[in-house]
Write a protein that binds this ligand. Sequence first.
Ligand SMILES: [Zn+2]
Length: 345
Amino acid sequence: MDSILYFYRDPLFDIIILFSIIATIALLDYSRNKYRTHKKQQSLQALAQSYEHTTLNEDMSHFITLYPKATPFLINLAQTYAQSGDNEMAIKIFLSLLESNKNTKTKIIILESLGKTYLNAGFMQKSKDIFTQILKTYPRNATAMKLLIKSYENMGEYQKALEALECLDEIDSQTQDFYTNNQQYFYLLILLNAHNIPLYKKIQNATIIGKNNPLFDRIILRYLKNYDLKAFWNYVFCLNSVTNIIDILWEFSQENLHDEIINHPQIFEIFVAKGYFESKKECSVFELEILRTMHTYSTKKIHLAFEYRCHHCKAIFPFDSPRCPQCEELTQLDLILKPLQKIEL
Ligand SMILES: [Zn+2]
């Protein structure tokens, strides 16, 4: 008995016990990590397999099995197809790559690209499922989180987009402008689409948001034009410049114009250029002046076309959008005026 007690009092015994505990914890931790990695791989494999049956290109799968080093080249090829608008071919290649690749890191890259292609092709639910699954496996994947926000935005789920934006800011700190602009943008969209807020309250709050951030002038004006013309004109009269909203004003018929426009030369000249009023005063905007002159001195019929240029990437689009379709920057696209001769058929 004494010998056992002596053994327990021995400092060497304490050290052995301590090392045994540390070794057991390390072993358990290693096993748990191994199990998690295995589950992640299984989860990604299951996600990949759920898409495989659609349009599997067997030749390409066979080729990748023989030459796995061709994978980066094929990812680039599929991305080029997607950029050129051939989403169907891009999806085929991505699906084939998914089946053939066993490497988890590569699978994530392919899934991100596939999700983005589905997003651009309009398959919102599929893209949302892919990004959600990637984030379940790798919650700190900022690229997938950004694309998930875009999916929510395109599906009109603005509250979820806002929550995801907060998660994104936690995993990958964004610039203050990016965060604030996107946060206000989703607040505005939630407000304008809410069914339980009275119209007057929506207009009041939207006007406050617009005054603090002119980035949203066009979204607010489009809303006001549809729901409250008086509020629309009040908003327009308070703007410092109307150069970037000429296209919205151009849509008005003469009978819907506000009497007060005569006191706002910048606005009035738009409707002189449209031919609603006559004026000998030169228009301050060159393109509007072309139209005014043609109305006054020529019999040729001219109309005004519009294009939109991103402030950041300089890409030009035929339609307006609050987010650049090319670089996805939240911005107010610059309005380009194009006076064109009307061709009578
Ligand atoms: Zn852009």
